[in-house]
Write a protein that binds this ligand. Structure first.
Ligand SMILES: Nc1ncnc2c1ncn2[C@@H]1O[C@H](COP(=O)(O)OP(=O)(O)OP(=O)(O)O)[C@@H](O)[C@H]1O
Ligand SMILES: [Mg+2]
Length: 368
C-alpha cells in the first residue's frame, strides 16, 4: 500500500494541482521623479496545498507583487506587463466586473492591519454575511450559519456573541482572526497573508501563523506568506522566494534554501535574524547600506553596492536567474555563496578593507 507521503507526492504532482503561474510580471509606477520599477520581471508558480514564503527587506516589492498578482492596481498611471495564469486562465485581461467576483471567491488577502479591513460601524456578523450573500447568493439563514462556522474555524471563543460585536470590542489577535475568517468566507483557492502578524505580539503572532497554516492544509489552498522575516517562513513554507529591488533573486524549497543558499543577499537576510540567545522580538539587525533607488537602480547586480563579495563584474553586468544543482533552486549571482570564487572574492574585498566584507568575518557563519 502507498504511504501517506507517496499519496501526497502523487497528488502534488498531478497536473490539476497547478494553481498559479506568474510569468515575467512587471509593475512600474509613473511618478513625477520617474518610473518606479517596483516589480520587475517576476516569474513563479504555486500548486494547491502549498505555501510560498515571499521575503525581502522593506521596499523590495513584496506587497506590490502580491497586489499585482491579485490585479488590484488600477491600470491608470501603472505600467504592467506579463501574465498571471490562475487555474489555466490569464487573469490580466479580466474585466473589472469579473475581477470583483474573482476577489471574493478565488483569491483573497489578509492584510497587516485589521483596522483597515474591518468596518468600524458594522457588526462583525454583518461584515461576514455580506460577502456570502453577495458572492455565493446565500439566504440570510445560510449566511448566518456559515458566519458562525467561520468564527469557530478561526477559534474565536463565544462566536455567537462576537458576531454581534464591533471592531473596537475585539483584541488585536481576535481582530486578525476575524479578518482571516472574512478572507476565507467564500472559499478562496489562493490566500495571500501580507505581514498578517507583524502588528501582533510574538505569542499571538505564532498562534495566528499556526492557524493560517492549519486552515491552508484543511482547505487545500495555495498560500503566499509575505514577510520581511526569514524566521517567520522557515518552518511554514514549502518554498521560499527572496525578493530584492523588484526581482526574485533566489528561490528554492525551504530546506534547500537554508542549507545551501547561494545569494549573498539571502545570507545577509539570514544574518539579520536575531540569534537564539536574543529574545525574538529584538529589532532585526539591519543589512548594511541602503536598498537601491528603484527609479535609478545601480548598474549590474542591484545588490552589488552592499555585497561583501562584489567584484567589478557585479557592478557592470546583471546576473541572470540560473538553476542550482537541486531541483527548484534558482539564484542570480556571479559569485554564489559556498563556492571557491565567492571565498576568493571575499578575501580580495577584505584586503581592500571593504566594510561589508569585514561584517561577514566578524559575525561568523550564519546560524541555520
Ligand atoms: N503607488 C505607488 N506609486 C509609486 N511607488 C510605489 C507605489 N506603491 C509602492 N511603491 C514603491 O514600490 C516599492 C515596493 O513597495 P512594496 O510596498 O511592495 O514593498 P514591500 O516589500 O511590501 O515593503 P514592506 O516590507 O515595507 O511592506 C517601494 O519602493 C514603494 O515605495
Ligand atoms: Mg509590504
Amino acid at each position: 500500500m502507498a504511504t501517506v507521503d507517496e499519496v501526497r507526492t502523487a497528488q502534488e504532482l498531478a497536473p490539476d494541482r497547478r494553481l498559479l503561474d506568474v510569468v515575467d510580471l512587471k509593475t512600474h509606477f509613473r511618478t513625477p521623479r520617474g518610473l518606479v520599477k517596483a516589480v520587475d520581471g517576476v516569474s513563479l508558480r504555486l500548486d494547491r496545498g502549498r505555501t510560498l514564503g515571499l521575503v525581502g527587506e522593506s521596499g523590495s516589492g513584496k506587497s506590490v507583487l502580491s497586489r499585482s498578482i491579485m490585479q488590484l492596481f488600477p491600470k491608470r498611471n501603472v505600467y504592467t506587463s506579463g501574465k498571471v495564469i490562475f487555474q489555466g486562465q490569464d487573469i490580466t485581461d479580466m474585466s473589472d466586473k469579473d475581477l470583483r467576483e474573482f476577489w471574493g471567491t478565488q483569491m483573497s488577502m489578509v492584510f497587516q492591519d485589521p483596522m483597515t479591513s474591518l468596518n468600524p460601524v458594522m457588526t462583525i456578523g454583518k461584515q461576514l454575511t455580506e460577502g456570502l450573500r453577495k458572492h455565493l447568493n446565500f439566504t440570510r439563514d445560510e449566511a448566518e450559519a456559515t458566519a458562525l462556522e467561520l468564527m469557530r474555524s478561526v477559534h474565536i471563543p463565544e462566536p455567537q456573541q462576537r458576531l454581534e460585536e464591533y471592531r473596537h470590542q475585539l483584541s488585536g489577535g481576535m481582530r486578525q482572526r476575524v479578518t482571516i475568517a472574512m478572507a476565507l468566507a467564500c472559499g478562496p483557492k489562493l490566500l495571500f497573508a501580507d505581514e498578517a502578524t507583524t502588528a501582533l505580539d510574538v505569542t499571538v503572532q505564532a498562534q495566528i501563523l499556526n492557524l493560517l497554516q492549519d486552515l491552508q492544509q484543511e482547505r487545500d489552498m495555495g498560500m503566499i506568506l509575505v514577510t520581511h522575516d526569514l524566521g517567520v517562513v522557515a518552518g511554514r513554507s514549502h518554498e521560499i522566494a527572496v525578493m530584492y529591488a523588484g526581482k526574485i533573486v533566489e528561490k528554492a524549497p525551504t530546506s534547500v534554501l537554508f542549507s545551501n543558499m547561494k545569494m549573498p543577499y539571502t545570507e545577509a537576510l539570514l544574518r539579520s535574524i536575531p540569534k537564539l540567545e536574543n529574545p525574538s522580538h529584538t529589532t532585526l539587525r539591519a543589512i548594511g547600506g541602503r536598498p537601491p533607488d528603484l527609479i535609478a537602480p545601480p548598474n549590474g547586480c542591484n545588490f552589488s553596492p552592499r555585497c561583501p563579495y562584489a567584484q567589478d563584474r557585479c557592478h557592470e553586468e546583471e546576473p541572470p536567474l540560473v538553476s542550482a544543482d537541486e531541483p527548484g533552486h534558482n539564484y542570480a549571482c556571479w559569485y554564489p555563496v559556498g563556492t571557491k570564487a565567492n571565498q576568493e572574492a571575499l578575501e580580495l574585498n577584505l584586503s581592500k578593507g571593504l566594510p561589508q566584507a569585514r561584517v561577514v568575518v566578524e559575525s561568523g557563519p550564519v546560524d541555520v
